[in-house]
Design a protein around this ligand. Sequence first.
Ligand SMILES: Cc1ncc(COP(=O)(O)O)c(C=O)c1O
Length: 393
Amino acid sequence: MTPPAYLDQAATSFPKAPGVSAAMASFLDGFAGNPGRGGHRLTVAASRAVEAAREAVAALLGAEPERTLFGPGCTFWLNTLLDGLLGTDDAVVCSSLEHNAVMRPLRWLEESRGVSVHPVPASDPHGVPEPEEVAEAVVRTGARLVVLAHASNVSGAVLPVEEIARAVAPVPVVVDAAQSAGSVPIDFARMGVAALACSAHKGLLGPTGVGILLLAPGFELPPLVRGGTGSRSESEQMPEMLPDLLEAGTPNTVGIVGTGAASAWLRERGVASVHAHERRLALRAAEGLVDLPGVELPGWSPTAPRTGTFSFCVRGLDNGALAHRLDRENGLLMRVGLHCAPAAHRRLGSFPDGTIRASFGPFNTESDADRLVSAIAAIVRATGSNPEDRRQP
Ligand SMILES: Cc1ncc(COP(=O)(O)O)c(C=O)c1O
C-alpha cells in the first residue's frame, strides 16, 4: 500500500528537518548536562549547545540572540505577553481570525481584569484586516496593544502585520507567528513589531515542547513564571537581564538543541523557497477542488498572500466522517473540525461544523496534492452532483 500523505503540517510538522533527531540523540547520549547550572564540563557543553541553538534561531528569524527566548511553546509566550502587557480595564485590538491561544487568554483577562477585547471584523470577505481598519479600531477603543495572527491556521491567509504595525504606531503590535515561522520569510528586525511568538514544532520543523519569543530592542516584558536561572543565585528576585528574566527553570534542552538543528537546516534550504513550494501545492490542490460540485473552500483566495494551508468541506457530507474515510481509504491525513479557532470559523462562515484542513510542508509533493483532488473528485462523483441529495457514502 502507498504510504500515507501527511497533510496536517499546520498541526505539527512531519517529517522533521534532516539532522534534528541526530542532534537530539547526540545531546542526550553525549553531554546532557543542565545549562547554566554550575561550571563542570557537561554543564558548559549544554550551555554552549543552547546558545548555539539561540544563535541559529535568531539568524533564521532576523532577531538579536539575547532577545530570542526559549520556553515551552507558542501558547506559553502568548500568555506571557498578554498577561504582562494588559492591565486593569485596558483595551486590546485583535483580528477576527485569532486562534484560542490568543482568544482564551484575552477572554480570561476580560473576566478577571476588565480588559475590553475588540476583534476587527474587516471589510475583506476573508477577514483579513486593512491597516487603516486596525488603526481606526485602536483610536476608537484607546487600545494599549494590538495582537495579530501572522497567518490564519484555518484559511492560510497571511495578514499584513508590518503595514498594520506602521499604521498603529506607537501602540505595540504582538504577532502570533505559530503558522508563519519557517513557512513565510520573517525578518523580525525589519517588521516593526514589539514581539513575536511561535512554536518550534510547526513550520520550523523542530520538536514539540519548545516555543520561541522574539522581543524588539528596548521592549520590556515581565515574566509569567519565576524561579531558578543558574544566575544571581544569591538573590530571591529574578535577574533583570535577558534571557534569564524570562527563562526560569530548567529548559527543554534537548528540544532546544533539535530546534537549533532545524533552524540551521531551514536557513540553508531558504524559507522563501519553502514558502513558494508550500503555497504552490496548496494552490494546486485548492484549484483542483474549487470547481467540483458542492465543494466549498471558506476563506479561499487564489491571489491573496497565503501559506500552504487551506480549508474545505463537501456540502451534504459530514466533515468528521469524510476525514475519517480519507484517512482509512486514501491515506490522506488531515485535521477536521474547528482547529482551536472558533472565531476564525465564525468569521469565515464555517461555524459550528468547521472544515477539513489541508496543510502542506516542504517534504510534501505534487502527487500528495493530486491524490487529495482525485479522492474528493471520486467521492463527489459517487455521491451525485446535487449536494442536497448527498448521503454519507
Ligand atoms: C495560529 C496559532 N496560534 C497559536 C498556536 C498554539 O501553538 P502551540 O499549541 O504550539 O502552543 C497554534 C497551534 O495550532 C496556532 O495555529
